[in-house]
Design a protein. Structure first.
Length: 317
């Protein structure tokens, strides 16, 4: 077990597979002990048929949580061993019922005492151990069903990498990145419009000199995200949050969230009470981000963009 001590919890899958191999090896010996010619991997299918008597392969797969191809393969092996037979067609002519043969029914009766002995033996292990593995497995299965391991690792990766993201004020040296990052996403989903060119080709005159701000997200000193705060001539809104773009190669690091929070904080520093944005509902991740930031849908303002089909506002607190 020295290997697992070195690697730690990252080797969870390997450790579980090792324990599965140990238990499966003993299971084969237990069947021999009771004089039963049986393969351990057949047990979930066999037990389900012993309980249900007659059932389809799809129903078995759903019952035991295995894939249908896996169950079909086991069924064929058990048919070859004379334990299962195909029965009459179901109402759906594409599906067959399967059931235990007389031999299978005889074995199901024979292993009842075996199952009781196994249950007592495992209870003995539980009583001798500090932790109840059976109860822990139930708990882990529930927790992984609520949020998978890949989801949890992805969140941790995002959290760790986001710590290396720096949000800085715009400098002239970032003008090319500001333009290219925006052109990239706009051209992917829509077409560039006159208002885009005004903001992206001359951000100093169009945004900064009018009292706006541009923030840049740096990852490993490379500009990978941008967002602008554009001064509005509107009695309702002080600024528009616009031109948010994140490089596809830097996605998954919470850069949009960090930029959005920083822009809202910058608006607050500038005395803003409400900020406004325009977008398109085809951009689902962006819309979800805006809601997460606290934006709510509004209606009625004129827009220079043909692609705009949703308008939102954020009350600065």
């Amino acid at each position: 077990m020295e290997f697992f001590d070195k690697v730690g919890k990252a080797a969870l899958g390997s450790r579980l597979r090792l324990m599965t191999a140990i238990v499966t090896d003993d299971a084969a010996k237990i069947y021999e002990l009771y004089g039963v010619d049986f393969v351990p991997k057949w047990f979930p299918v066999f037990y389900t048929l012993a309980e249900e008597r007659e059932i389809t392969i799809t129903e078995i797969a759903n019952e035991i949580g295995h894939s249908q191809p896996s169950v079909s393969k086991i069924i064929q092996e058990m048919i070859g061993a004379g334990l299962i037979q195909e029965s009459a067609k179901t109402d759906d002519k594409r599906k067959n019922n399967v059931a235990l043969t007389e031999k299978g029914i005889l074995i199901s009766k024979k292993i009842k005492q075996q199952l009781e002995d196994i249950d007592v033996a495992i209870e003995g292990i539980i009583s001798e151990s500090k932790h109840n593995l059976w109860a822990a497995l139930e708990e882990w299965e529930f927790l992984l069903e609520q949020k998978s391991l890949i989801k949890r690792v992805s969140e941790q990766k995002k959290k760790r990498e986001s710590k290396d993201v720096k949000i800085v004020e715009y400098k002239t040296e970032y003008q090319q990145a500001f333009r290219e990052l925006n052109v990239e996403w706009i051209s992917k989903y829509f077409e560039m419009e006159e208002a885009d060119y005004k903001a992206l080709d001359n951000p100093e005159d169009y945004i900064l000199k009018k009292g706006g701000k541009i923030l840049v997200a740096l990852y490993e000193n490379e500009p990978v995200g941008v967002c602008a705060l554009i001064k509005m001539n509107n009695s309702e809104y002080d600024f528009e949050m616009a031109k948010m773009a994140v490089s596809p190669k830097a996605q998954g690091k919470s850069i949009g969230w960090l930029l959005g929070k920083a822009i809202a904080e910058k608006a607050k520093e500038l005395g803003a009470k409400k900020i406004y944005l325009e977008s398109n509902t085809i951009l689902k991740p962006a819309i979800n981000l805006y809601y997460k930031l606290g934006f709510e849908k509004v209606f009625g303002l004129e827009t220079p963009y043909k692609r705009c089909n949703i308008q939102m506002e954020l009350i600065i607190k």
